[in-house]
Structure formats: C-alpha cells, structure tokens
Design a protein. Structure first.
Length: 317
C-alpha cells in the first residue's frame, strides 16, 4: 500500500519575473517535486499581487495544506498576506534578488535544497506580521529614503541587475536626502520628529545581507521596531552605513530605535510614498499594527537549540 501523502493539497505560486526565476522554470520544477508528497498540486504563475492573493485564498477555500512561494521577497509577501491569521504554513523557494526572509529564517537559498526542506524534515515557525489596512506584510513598512528608492527601481531593472539595481538607484537618491517633519502616534503616544526615514521593522536585514537595522531584532519576538533615521547629509548616511556593518547601530546618534508592541501612525507634513516589503503601496499617511505570530513558515528543524544560517544563493543540479 502506498504511504499517505504528506500534504492533501499543495498550492504553488511562481513569479516568473523574480530574479533567478527567469533563468529556468522554477514553478514547474516545484510542482513536479511536490507531486511525490502531495495528493493534489495546483500552480499559479503570476507577477500580479491581486491575482496571487486571490489564488491563494481560493486554494485555502479548497483545503490547501501548504502554500509555496517561488520567487523573491515580494512574491513571499503576497502569499504571506493571504495566509496571515490562518493555520496553513508558507513554504519559500527563494529565487529573488534579496531573499531577506529566507535568509533570516535559515531557509536554504539553493532551490533544490529548499524543495527538499518542504518535502522532508522541517518545522513550522510562527512569526509576527504587520497589518496595514486589510493587508499583512512581513519585513518592513517605511517612508522616506527607502520608499523613494523603491519607487525609482523598476521590476525589469531588478531582474536585469539584481541587487546592483538597488545600489545604482541609491546613488541617484543620495543627492536628494533631506529631513522631513513627521507626526507619529506610537503605541498611543504622540511624537514629533524630523527624519529622512521612518521605518516599521519586523526583520533586521535592510537589504544587503550584512546591512541590518540592529542585530537583535527577531521575527517572532512579539514586537516590531520603529526606526527613525535622522540623516541630513551623505556623510551622515555613510556613517550610519558603516555602523550598521559593524553592528553598532544603536550607538549611532542619527538612528533611534523604539520597541513597538501595538501600533504606529505615520503622518509626514508633505505627501511621500510608502513602501512595504519592497513594493510601493501608496502615499502617506499610514497606520501599521502588530499582528503577533500571525504567520507560520516552514523552516529547518532546530539543531541543538540553535537556528541555522542560510548558505550563499546558488542553483545546484
């Protein structure tokens, strides 16, 4: 008698325009791999958030036991939005530019190793999310330098140049760095600041693997961090950058980090774009609420009480 499949229904979301995904059919590879451990496998290939979210919700209604995101952090965020506050876990096959969530959770960046994790020995780790309106995000929500950077970096540019697309756009944005006035309502308390960047952070990594808001930020600690960056010159930004590389962020006078256990409303004096998980989602003002442990993610099993670290990004045969 054949063994009972691990999953009754696995739903796969593949973004064919995300980073390495364009180099080979990672979606079909994932579908084929999962047929050995799932009774039914459905595949949605799209680079449109609304299509992805609707497809995942439809799969949940049909009894999906796991949803697999094949793509970068944007694709992962879309699938996570639909899975938040459900018992169905997210699995990640990282083929994007930054793969921040995969790195922070110790998920292999090798596509075949990530597939083996889903079908083999793993655990489900529940992480915090951020709610903005009716949508949920997993990495960060911000306005200022980052949102201007995301607005200036097209999807096609990211696909062609990878992380270099962000670096080139950042160089173009440096000359325009300036302080803006913000009114913040933090955990119910009003605050007025001048800043070049205001970010609500769930993941510690900013983009580059060694560039972090702070080394002690965790995805499942039941709180977010409100990061207020007051950098008015290129020299200020360079100092913050090098302090971040040395994990001395909390000692930099231009960076203030406030624990956030409830919600924050961000109201700049002038209209500025808002980015969430790498996508521009609208314009200020914005209200962000913590949704603790709202999302389950398939991760490597804990080894002797220590969380694993993801290897370098590659594709093996």
């Amino acid at each position: 008698m054949d063994p009972e499949p691990r999953f009754a229904h696995a739903h796969v979301v593949h973004n064919p325009t995300a980073g390495l995904a364009a180099a080979f059919d990672a979606g079909d590879l994932t579908r084929q791999h999962l047929t050995a451990v799932a009774r039914e496998v459905t595949l949605c290939q799209s680079s449109d958030r609304a299509v992805v979210v609707a497809g995942v919700r439809a799969a949940l209604a049909q009894g999906a036991a796991v949803c697999v995101a094949v793509g970068g952090d944007g694709t992962v965020s879309w699938v996570a939005d639909a899975l938040a506050c459900t018992a169905v876990p997210l699995a990640i096959i990282p083929t994007g530019t930054g793969n921040v969530l995969a790195r922070e959770l110790g998920i292999p960046l090798d596509v075949h190793a990530a597939l083996r994790l889903v079908s083999g020995d793993h655990t489900v780790r529940r992480i915090d999310t951020m709610r903005v309106g009716d949508a949920y995000y997993v990495l960060n929500v911000s306005t200022g330098i980052s949102s201007q950077l995301m607005r200036a970096t097209s999807a096609a540019y990211k696909q062609q140049l990878g992380m270099f697309a962000y670096l080139m756009a950042a160089l173009q944005q440096l000359s325009g760095v300036r302080l803006r006035r913000f009114m913040l309502l933090v955990n119910g308390q009003p605050m007025h600041v001048r800043a070049s960047e205001v970010a609500v952070v769930n993941a510690r990594t900013i983009g580059l693997q060694r560039l972090r808001w702070a080394p002690d930020i965790q995805l499942d600690d039941g709180q977010l961090e409100l990061c207020i960056l007051r950098a008015s010159t290129v020299l200020d930004l360079l100092r913050v950058f090098f302090n971040a590389l040395l994990d001395r962020q909390r000692h930099d006078p231009a960076l203030r980090i406030i624990p956030l256990t409830g919600s924050v409303t961000i109201v700049p004096r002038d209209d500025v774009p808002i980015q969430a998980d790498g996508d521009v989602i609208g314009w200020s003002p914005i209200h962000v609420t913590l949704a603790p442990r709202a999302l389950g993610v398939i991760v490597p099993p804990v080894d002797s009480g220590r969380r694993s670290v993801a290897p370098a990004n590659r594709i093996s045969s």
